[in-house]
Write a protein that binds this ligand. Structure first.
Ligand SMILES: [Zn+2]
Length: 295
């Protein structure tokens, strides 16, 4: 659950994008593609071998497809390492945590670290080591600094690779498309705070969980902030024009998009309205079909 490709103008790009199975993005970072392409994951989840030594950190694991294991072996060989020191996860969505068990089965068990969140972690049997904002995980040649960045998911941690000022953004900033804010466990208000928090770290490159390397890191994060603020202004403008519920707002803002995308767009609009409500700008209207009013 990652790219909001259903409601994004980049949907076709996200879905059709080809990425190599393995690639070297820097002296310390080699990719292994999760082999799980879809409308939500684009070309699939990027997993990363990080470090310069014989043992490396594996950041994220894909969703557990058998086809991924030979790709990971190829990446291990390409990177010049011999084995996996430990697994570190950006968050508990299945396309990030779902590959852990098959990696244990194939390579043997190792330490797994993530921010704990029962609703996501409970399906899995392995032990999880907790991580919090400000913690560091090290391997030869690389230091990962944890940055708690909730919004897409409550347990989402981004990692600054200190030696390169490069940021592993997970699903918060993607190489293509825009991030989905799930209605049940997401929060757009938290997400906006997280984008500002990540921007303040002044990253140079971004290593996203989906899509290619981003070389203009700060510009890309600012673009994500601007995109959401523009959407918010469009929603307020639609309500000023008389739109009184989510469907009416969607029909104004997404007029140029096929109707088949309107349900997903409605979720996005709702996440904005919840944020605007917390800021005292709008109010939901009880006993209506997703009715909202300006304050
Ligand atoms: Zn996710």
């Amino acid at each position: 659950m990652c790219g909001d490709s259903k409601s994004s103008p980049d949907a076709s790009v996200m879905l059709g994008m080809q990425m190599p199975n393995t690639d070297k993005w820097s002296q310390r970072v080699t990719t292994a593609l999760g082999q799980n392409p879809s409308a939500f994951t684009g070309p699939g989840t990027n997993t990363y071998l990080v470090g310069t030594g014989e043992e490396r950190i594996l950041l994220d694991t894909g969703d557990g497809r058998p086809e991924y294991l030979p790709v990971l072996e190829e990446a291990i060989e390409q990177s010049g390492c011999r084995s996996i020191q430990e697994i570190v996860l950006t968050h508990g969505h299945p396309d990030h945590i779902g590959g852990v068990q098959s990696i244990f089965d194939h390579f043997g068990p190792c330490r797994v670290t993530k921010m704990k969140y029962d609703a996501f972690d409970s399906p899995y049997d392995f032990e999880i080591h907790e991580i919090a904002d400000g913690d560091q995980i090290s391997t030869e040649g690389a230091t990962l600094h944890a940055l708690h960045a909730p919004g897409h998911a409550p347990d989402h941690i981004c990692f600054m690779l200190e030696e390169e000022r490069a940021l592993f953004t997970g699903d918060n900033v993607l190489g293509v498309g825009t991030t989905i804010i799930p209605a049940d466990s997401g929060s757009l208000a938290d997400y906006m705070d997280s984008l500002h928090y990540l921007l303040a770290q002044k990253p140079e490159h971004l290593f996203p969980a989906h899509g290619p390397l981003v070389t203009n890191g700060m510009e890309k994060i600012q673009e994500y902030i601007d995109h959401r603020l523009n959407r918010e202004q469009q929603i307020l403008a639609a309500m000023q024009q008389g739109a009184e519920n989510v469907q009416a707002i969607v029909e104004i803002i997404y007029a140029a998009y096929p109707k088949s995308l309107h349900a997903a767009a409605g979720q996005s609009v709702t996440s904005h309205l919840i944020k605007l409500e917390s800021e005292g700008q709008v109010q939901s209207v009880p006993n209506t079909q997703q009715g909202w009013t300006l304050l």
